[in-house]
Design a protein around this ligand. Structure first.
Ligand code: NDP
Length: 432
């Protein structure tokens, strides 16, 4: 806190993490001696740069770009790029810190990083997005590479942006497909990457329910967000026999007791780049409301926050519990404040933390890197099957770690401990 007084999101992420891993130090004094925590909470490298670009009126604009390479103990840096006006060093550091343990949990050899810019993609033309991405990559390419650091998408960065970023990298450095993941299928992308975070969230949620004698089939679900994670979580939940009654964006949300129509949602969000109000105009049974979906008074069994950080605070958590939820699993990164998490745990809800529940995206990104190295493309079924195995295994590993350290049933502690011990052991083995 003294070193980074103006980084509240980073402090929150580190604070949440530290609270759960204390039992590890009682068993492993060697981690204390090697000062592993001090080394883990300081990025190995943090880069900040200027991103100048020209808008359609011919005016020069300047944004701020970031890449925080947090930890490379178990593999090359890996983590997404976020384009949103709220992006600053604190947000990128919180995301990069979480990414270290998420990536470790997948069981794949990838270190932790994150990046992005305070550029606001909303309302920009395709040409403006392209010029921004080209300028951003002109600087970023100095610091990344297929065996060094492999960025991907996050909020505001989907297939279109990855395409422009990759095109510029190729122009400057040559064709190295493994330098970015989330690429289009025609130039080295992996089948099932688009779906991976949302599908993985549902595989995780179902595994968590089944471990407690229940299942997702027949459940009523509230989802926030209407982006990449939310859309495919809704699709997979419906394929597994659940009913998802909501989707949202930063203006408002729809409730539809008949269930969200994924085809219409994809058309509005992915093709037309429209708003939830446009979705409501197309679906007669959908009711549109301004504000946050977490303030809605509807009954449901499971809450899946899939929009952004700190979207559920203590008051909203109280409403989630009052509305009947028995489980919360996080598609977004850090969507619940520490008070909200405490409220779920006190009320006995099943709680699947982000770094485990949303790890499917980065897991399939690592599979994309592997396909790029092999110069081969795996089928949708192969990748989806591997994703399901990875999510079930990481849930089982979290359960086992929680049990080993006296935190039985605490999936947050389990995920943090399992992710942490692997990274800490790799750091110890590699010396100071
Ligand atoms: P998208 O940009 O595709 O979608 C984000 C969605 O969340 C949009 O509906 C957006 O609404 C909404 N949203 C964003 N910011 C806010 C806000 N401040 N208040 C309310 N709603 C907001 O992003 P993703 O779906 O990729 O990412 C969503 C979350 O999942 C993020 O936390 C991300 O870090 C996390 N995540 C994503 C992964 C991936 O593979 N894409 C992997 C793991 C985690 P609007 O359009 O109005 O901005």
């Amino acid at each position: 806190k003294q070193r980074d007084p103006n980084q509240p999101e980073f402090q929150e992420a580190v604070g949440n993490f530290l609270k759960t891993i204390t039992p590890v130090f009682e068993k492993h004094p060697e981690y204390i001696k090697a000062n592993i925590l001090a080394r883990l909470t300081e990025p190995e490298r943090a880069i900040q740069f200027q991103v100048p670009w020209q808008d359609d009126q011919g005016t020069m604009q300047v944004n701020r770009g970031f890449r925080v390479q947090f930890n490379s103990a178990i593999g090359p840096y890996k983590g997404g790029l976020r384009l949103h006006p709220s992006v600053n060093l604190s947000i990128v550091k919180f995301l990069g810190f979480e990414q270290i343990f998420k990536n470790s949990l997948t069981g794949l050899p990838i270190g932790g990083a994150k990046g992005g810019s305070d550029f606001n993609p909303k309302g920009k033309s395709d040409a403006e997005i392209m010029r921004f991405c080209q300028s951003f990559m002109t600087e970023l390419q100095k610091y990344i590479g297929p065996d060094l650091d492999v960025p991907a998408g996050d909020i505001g960065v989907g297939g279109r942006e990855i395409g422009y970023l990759y095109g510029q990298y190729k122009r400057l450095r040559g064709s190295e497909r493994g330098v970015l993941t989330g690429k289009g299928l025609s130039y080295g992308g992996s089948l099932a990457r688009t779906e991976a975070t949302g599908y993985g969230l549902i595989y995780y949620t179902d595994a968590m329910l089944q471990a407690n004698g229940d299942a997702i089939n027949g459940k009523k679900i509230l989802v926030s967000g209407a982006g990449n994670v939310a859309i495919y979580a809704i699709q997979k939940a419906q394929q597994r026999g659940a009913k998802v009654i909501s989707a949202s964006d930063s203006n408002g949300y729809v409730i539809d007791e008949n269930g969200i129509d994924v085809d219409v949602l994809k058309q509005v969000k992915e093709v037309e780049r429209g708003r939830m109000s446009d979705y409501a105009a197309k679906v007669p049974t959908a009711e549109y409301h301004e504000g946050s979906v977490w303030d809605a008074d509807v009954q449901y069994d499971i809450a899946l926050p899939c929009a952004t950080q700190n979207e559920i605070d203590a008051d909203r958590a109280a409403r989630v519990i009052k509305n009947g939820a028995k489980a919360v699993a996080e598609g977004a990164n850090m969507p619940s404040t520490p008070d909200a998490i405490a409220a779920y745990q006190k009320a006995g809800l099943l709680y699947g933390p982000a770094k485990a529940a949303n790890a499917g995206g980065v897991a399939v990104s690592a599979l994309e890197m592997s396909q790029n190295s092999r110069r081969l493309s795996d089928s949708f079924e192969t990748v989806d099957g591997e994703l399901k195995d990875i999510m079930e295994t990481l849930f089982a590993n979290s359960v086992a770690a929680a049990k080993e350290y006296g935190e039985d049933g605490n999936y947050l502690a389990g995920a943090n401990i399992a992710g942490f011990t692997k990274v800490a052991d790799a750091m110890l083995a590699q010396g100071w």
